[in-house]
Design a binder for this molecule. Sequence first.
Ligand SMILES: Nc1ncnc2c1ncn2[C@@H]1O[C@H](COP(=O)(O)OP(=O)(O)OP(=O)(O)O)[C@@H](O)[C@H]1O
Ligand SMILES: O=C(O)c1ccc[n+]([C@@H]2O[C@H](COP(=O)([O-])O)[C@@H](O)[C@H]2O)c1
Length: 188
Amino acid sequence: MKKVGILGGTFDPPHLGHLMIAEEAREKLELEEVWFIPSFTPPHKADLGTTADDRMKMVNCAISNNPFFKLNTIEIDRTGKSYTIDTIKRLKEIHPDHNFYFIIGADMVEYLPKWYQIEELVNLVQFVGVKRAGSTLDTDYPVIIVDVPSVDISSTDLRQRVKFNQQITYLTTERVQAYIKENHLYGN
Ligand SMILES: Nc1ncnc2c1ncn2[C@@H]1O[C@H](COP(=O)(O)OP(=O)(O)OP(=O)(O)O)[C@@H](O)[C@H]1O
Ligand SMILES: O=C(O)c1ccc[n+]([C@@H]2O[C@H](COP(=O)([O-])O)[C@@H](O)[C@H]2O)c1
């Protein structure tokens, strides 16, 4: 079985926190690849100011220099609300020889009780939790914990910085910064 990590996210925009947790999980769990899956409509977030197309292209910019990282557009191609259970069921049909590890930050670990059809989902995929400032990794669900450095970066902070003309130089990659600038995202 091929061990594949999944980092699902809104990626509005992608940042170094995303890349760091994906790489730490890859190394520590000996994953062959990590697939970045941008959601089309996130299950639990209000209207976004960016399109799925922009978020997908920024993910491509962010992961371009890591040969183990791949973009997967299954949720964008499906459109509609991006429930993880639908994604995992389909991925398992397409790749019966893969074992999937779904990487989530502690904020999402806390939110697990509210995920759509969570009781079934935990039997279909292995969750991997990583620490994140402001949340705990305590949960009754089966989650493997991978120890990562605490990196207090969020997409919310990046959007705010761009809006107020503050720099995001060491918070995301140069290619993502250039994409934001060229496409005038986040009120820039
Ligand atoms: N700095 C971080 N440390 C640990 N986990 C993170 C970090 N940033 C994001 N994650 C995790 O990555 C996944 C995708 O996150 P997402 O794309 O929503 O970014 P975000 O920074 O949480 O965005 P926003 O601030 O808009 O809510 C989630 O499971 C989230 O918990
Ligand atoms: O399926 C659900 O109910 C569900 C609820 C919350 C989050 N998720 C998934 O968890 C990942 C991180 O979510 P987010 O919104 O923090 O980017 C992303 O792939 C979401 O689709 C999924």
